[in-house]
Write a protein that binds this ligand. Structure first.
Ligand code: ADP
Length: 259
């Protein structure tokens, strides 16, 4: 006879995890991973139990950005114990690889790895699990949206046209897969010169808010283009762990996500 597998019967929930939110982008390099780590840290600072799953299998950034990288323990050879950093429970395929080691796998192996990261990791009780997706609209996004009970997705874009063009495709994918879009976030928005305070719009400004308005989707705010964001990410202590205007912007975003 037919034995139902966990994949059947609609999207899977993770035991003990209240909300699963994917952070997506159309294009690489717009700051999706940076937003994921900072939002996770901001949520943790507000007392939320937060998990961060780095699903960017080909280019995992979270070991570097969260400043944590060692092979996770697996006492029973099956359950994987995730790592902890800045109050966040973190899991990344990067923990299993050397930092300059490439993942040269075909689709089915990638899907297997993703499935393991979701279901074999002991996420523990969480208020929210953030998933840092790879850029674009490929296999990983498709499988995740179809198999996992996502609360919704946040789409990150920079304001310039080429990024927005791709962001629109990501939005189109979520709509077609019936994954709720929680909103759009503009990253690398206004640049304030650290010397003279002059404001410049290197990648433009306001494009993402306009796009959100046109699509009738929530606009979640803007994060400035700021050297300290990049330095903090490279150093493994997200800017949201400190004080200042960017940390405050992430605190507002975190509050908005779990009201
Ligand atoms: P993605 O995940 O979309 O590929 P990343 O988060 O890896 O993008 O960001 C790409 C680079 O841009 C990183 O070096 C990161 O530190 C930097 N970066 C991201 N957001 C900002 C920002 N708001 N201000 C300055 N640098 C940023």
């Amino acid at each position: 006879g037919q034995h139902p597998t966990p994949q059947q019967g609609g999207p899977q929930r993770l035991a003990g995890v209240d909300r699963i939110v994917a952070i997506a982008s159309g294009k690489g390099g717009v700051g999706k991973s940076t937003v994921s780590s900072n939002l996770a840290v901001a949520l943790a600072r507000q007392g939320r139990r937060v998990g961060l799953l780095d699903a960017d299998i080909y280019g995992p950034s979270q070991p570097r950005m969260m400043g944590v990288n060692k092979r996770p323990a697996s006492p029973d050879g099956k359950t994987i114990i995730p790592l902890q950093a800045h109050g966040v429970t973190v899991m990344s395929i990067g923990f299993m690889l050397k930092e300059d080691e490439a993942v040269i796998w075909r689709g089915p192996m990638i899907m297997g790895a993703l499935q393991q990261l979701l279901t074999q990791v002991d996420w523990g009780p969480l208020d929210i699990l953030l998933i840092d997706l790879p850029p674009g609209t490929g296999d990983i996004q498709l499988t995740l949206c179809q198999r996992t009970a996502l609360t919704g997705a946040i789409v990150v874009s920079t304001p310039q046209d080429v990024a927005l063009l791709d962001a629109r495709k990501a939005l189109d994918m979520f709509m077609k897969l019936k994954t709720p879009v929680l909103g759009l976030l503009e990253n690398m928005s206004t640049y304030v010169c650290p010397n003279c305070g002059h404001e410049a719009h290197i990648f433009g400004h306001g494009g993402v808010a306009a796009e959100a308005a046109q699509l009738g989707l929530p606009f979640l705010g803007e994060i400035p283009l700021d050297l300290s964001v990049r330095l903090a990410g490279d150093a493994g202590t997200p800017i949201a762990a400190g004080e200042g205007p960017v940390a405050e912007a992430y605190a507002r975003l975190a509050q908005r996500l779990i009201a």
